[in-house]
Design a protein around this ligand. Sequence first.
Ligand SMILES: [Zn+2]
Ligand SMILES: [Zn+2]
Length: 250
Amino acid sequence: MRVTFVGVGEAFDERLPNTSLLVESGDSSILLDCGFNVSCRLWDYAANPIDLDAVFISHFHADHYFGLPALIVRSMQEKRTKRLTILGPSGIESRVQRLMELAYSNALTRTGFEIFFIECVPGEDFKHSGFRFRFALNDHSMPCLAIRLDAGGKSLYYSGDGKPTDATVDLAEDCDLVVHEAFTLDEITLGHGDVGTSLDMARKSGAKACALVHMKRTIRHTMMDMIRMAVDTRPEVNGFVPEPGDVREL
Ligand SMILES: [Zn+2]
Ligand SMILES: [Zn+2]
């Protein structure tokens, strides 16, 4: 399994694109989250972006799904014909239809490719596009699905936004890589994780490595020394702070 950090930023960072991961295994590929300033970066990193099998949306905040119109319309322009699956929380189909209507009216009627929606429910596992999918709810200001993907004997956990919960710790058990939001360094923020809590979550789940993403822009840009110190105090977690374009082979 190959994980490319297409974006690693929070919602409004002027330097970093929204957090988004391209996950590839064999011939299958899926994009995890698709925020408003990141979606076309897929064209920088995917070998063949119009062959993308699926997009997973963790929750309905714009920095996680408002990039879908650009991704869909650019795929149309490039004559995509392959079916695209969009997975997300309850209501994903109507949300995307409304968003597309506002962004590019009637585009969905002339995409040239089928868009297939799957509503994801915590505790309901399935296989699709070469991956096994599992979900759990994070502690965020709206329902947010953390996801676990397994393929080819490797496993990835991605938190979306939110503090870890008992269910997400269980979901991430023994994963090869946990990618967790860490919005603050150590300040308690409603509905968001912090560096220490996210690293501790990865340790508790027995993950082999932990990438910290979606950091508050003021902290990420000015306090990297302290972030790295917090990572270094937990060497067993193998924590790291990825940059856009970084690739991790699992
Ligand atoms: Zn976010
Ligand atoms: Zn959010």
